[in-house]
Design a protein around this ligand. Structure first.
Ligand SMILES: Nc1ncnc2c1ncn2[C@@H]1O[C@H](COP(=O)(O)OP(=O)(O)O)[C@@H](O)[C@H]1O
Ligand SMILES: [Mg+2]
Length: 252
């Protein structure tokens, strides 16, 4: 089966400092995959390499069977790999509905065949409605983005990246700064949004990780020290020694 995402021998240094060394990873389509590891391990850097924001020193990135190494972030996004943007990418004064509609138009692309079809706009409206339902923001559709609660804004950000059909989404610490209740809501949301898609997520909250992930990769000391289903990662002696030590109570 073709992997949603395949990383082959990735290397990245900043100046003389080697951050990632020979990272190889296959992520099966339709799964939820979580990346964990200590601060500074290079998790965010890895996402920047996948999305084309940073250049690889060596290695290849394949998306759904296509080599996307060296493509621009825009070109990669157009191939169905979305990442969530910062809160600042919301239009604060526009309604939830308008934010999603504009993102849907942007995601479809102005020159896209979509707009040459008479039903292009109807299809967009349908996608926006579907996303409103998935995000559970239907009742908030006419509220300005800056009047939403924090967790609702983060949910809308993810929706903006996904509306129009990305098949793979990368999220960097989606529950950062959230209360326990907001985190639980977000886990439910991610479960729903990831149905029929591939979700790759960096997450520091281990209860979220073990609740949501089909597979887990542990990044430490510039490399993948373990990768597999939660039960195997939980029991891995190297993982406990390198990373999980203090947090081991979550795992027992
Ligand atoms: N653009 C950059 N230039 C130089 N060093 C960087 C840059 N981005 C990240 N780093 C360094 O690379 C290491 C990994 O960072 P990062 O990928 O953000 O780690 P993580 O997300 O796992 O906490 C850190 O030591 C960080 O300071
Ligand atoms: Mg990071």
């Amino acid at each position: 089966m073709t992997s949603a995402l395949s990383l082959r021998g990735l290397y990245k240094s900043f100046g003389p400092t080697s951050i990632l060394r020979d990272i190889s990873l296959d992520i099966a389509a339709g799964t939820r995959h979580t990346i964990i590891g200590p601060n500074g391990a290079g998790k965010s850097t890895l996402f920047h390499l996948i999305t084309g924001r940073l250049r690889l020193d060596r290695g290849e990135v394949w998306l759904a069977g296509e080599n996307i190494t060296g493509l621009s972030p825009h070109a990669i996004f157009r191939r169905g790999l979305a990442r969530s943007f910062q809160v600042t990418s919301l239009f604060p004064r526009l309604s939830v509905f308008e934010n999603l509609r504009i993102a849907g138009m942007r995601n479809a692309g102005c020159g896209h065949a979509f707009w040459r079809r008479l039903d292009g706009f109807a299809e967009l409206a349908e996608q926006v409605e579907e996303m409103l339902t998935l995000l559970e923001l239907g009742p908030r559709r006419d509220v300005a983005a800056d009047a939403l609660a924090y967790a609702e804004q983060r949910a809308l950000e993810i929706g903006l990246a996904l509306v129009g059909g990305a098949h793979t989404i990368l999220l960097d610490e989606p529950t950062a700064g959230m209360s326990r209740a907001e985190t639980e809501r977000t886990v439910t949301l991610l479960r729903r949004l990831s149905a029929g898609r591939t979700l790759v997520m960096i997450e520091h909250d281990l209860s979220v990780v073990f609740d949501l992930a089909d597979t887990i990769t542990v990044l430490a000391d510039g490399g993948v020290i373990a990768s597999g289903p939660p039960a195997s990662v939980r029991g891995d002696a190297r993982v406990r020694a390198a990373y999980l030590g203090a947090a081991a109570e979550v795992l027992t």
